[in-house]
Design a protein around this ligand. Sequence first.
Ligand code: ZN
Length: 366
Amino acid sequence: VSVFADWFDGRQARVRRVELRIDAVAGAGTVLVLDPPEADEVLWPLAELRALRDQADGTVLVLGLTSDPVARLVVADPEMQATLRRRAPGLHRRPPAAGTGRLLGWAAAAVASVAAIVFLLVPLMADQLAAYLPPAGEKALGNATLEQIRAAMGTELLPVGFCTGSAGRTALDRLASAMNESVEAGYEIEVHVLDNDMVNAFALPGGHIVFFRGLIEAAESPEEVAAVYAHELGHVVNRDPTRSALRTAGSVGVLGLLLGDFAGGTAVLFLTERLIEAAYSQAAEAGADAFAHRRMAAAGLPPSALATLFERLRQEHGDDESLLAHFLAHPTLGDRIAAAREAAAPAVLRPLLAPADWAALQRICD
Ligand SMILES: [Zn+2]
């Protein structure tokens, strides 16, 4: 069974999901191996591990390293926590100040605690906060974010337009209501198409599902669009966009307090990029995929449509992350394709859209 943890390396402004294991390494003794996807392993000697007190709500173990004042690792897995408490000899020793002089040590510690607040505490608080945000609050957050995204991606004078071709809109509404059937989100689900080339789609807080024109045009069947819609609907139902927005907004807010002039344009751009990128965890993506497979089958549609689309996009675009950030930048894409192929298909397939409606949907931006 794999154990994962969240790793903040102190150099990049992001938290990465790493796989953990304990291993004996010549010259370094027993080490905790941090294995990030698509990057080299990092070794944390057990003797250098320190537990940071008062860093969280008590359910996670936040680790530091005596030789690195900034790096942090958040371990949520209870068994791994127990193993580390047993085997890391200095875990509960006071973390010594890094650096040579006392002042340097304090400076490093200050950097470390700011980093811990921005990249560890705020995300943890965001998860708690999301549970208390009322549906109307999520809707308001989503509406405001959608306008920010349209403005940030538009020209100086005009935000990116919504595509509103009436026959295409009717077809899209039909597709959406087939997928929404018996889904309880707590607010009305709204679907939009933005007039932009990007082959992407994302969900925002409050039940907004947004396609870019590029994705509608890249799809070769209404089932492929429905599969992406169902995937985004899975994020909505699991409230992934709300947690992500609160997390990012929280981090931006804390940075603003610390740096003074961080508010305004930079913060908005940062927020926009994060939301479009929709950098959710692997678990969140797998959850949204599983939801999509079930919804597709329940609607009489083949879950494998998600695989067909992903595979074709990967062939056409390779690893061009800018085009396909949400879908293809993910290291587990191969697994996701396989899962969609293996998902239970309905006994009888139902047609989703008539050919004329599908043609209208593909021209919704004309
Ligand atoms: Zn997703």
